[in-house]
Design a protein around this ligand. Sequence first.
Ligand code: COA
Length: 177
Amino acid sequence: MKDFPKLETERLILSAVTSEDIPQIVMYLQDKVFSDFTSNIPYPYRKEDAEYWLKLSREAFENHKGFTFAIRSKDGKLMGAIGLHDEGSDRAELGYWLGIPHWNKGYVTEAAKAVIDFGFRTLKFNKIFATYFPHNPASGKVMEKIGMEKEAVLKQHLKKDGKYYDIPLYSIFRASL
Ligand SMILES: CC(C)(COP(=O)(O)OP(=O)(O)OC[C@H]1O[C@@H](n2cnc3c(N)ncnc32)[C@H](O)[C@@H]1OP(=O)(O)O)[C@@H](O)C(=O)NCCC(=O)NCCS
């Protein structure tokens, strides 16, 4: 795939993240909750963090290892991001975040359904999985709403601020299409 794909849903556009999105990304990721709920978003979040993330996302796409979509409203404004990362064995990890003003309106569920469909039909993954911290039940709810099933709880799998967390693992398979 030469050009980064663009997906459309009823309310959203999912397309490549660009350097023009950086101020919006930095603005949204100022809240510490993003660091608390993920293993890869730093706090405080600076412009350099967004630039580095954009660079990694571009390289991953060029190396066929990852697809990071901006979640946009129909007017093109970035609201968040969602991505699939190739983990080998036709398996990809799904990750996402959304700016706080847009929470609980079903946006990530809508975006994730489109990305999973793309992951199975176009990228030919066999399995897409996702994990979340137990103190972030909204993310677990998204996984259930997009048809994933709980496969396991990974005991003391992640360490954050000196504490070990049991991490639920959810997955969905191409056969579910
Ligand atoms: C997790 C996140 C992506 C969800 O995005 P969203 O667009 O608000 O999700 P949706 O609206 O599609 O679904 C959220 C669901 O969680 C539910 N929910 C919200 N807070 C909840 C809570 N404390 N306990 C249980 N369910 C909760 C909502 O009611 C909704 O379910 P419903 O549609 O049945 O009412 C967003 O909160 C976020 O960006 N969080 C910070 C980053 C993050 O956690 N990323 C994921 C890391 S695994």
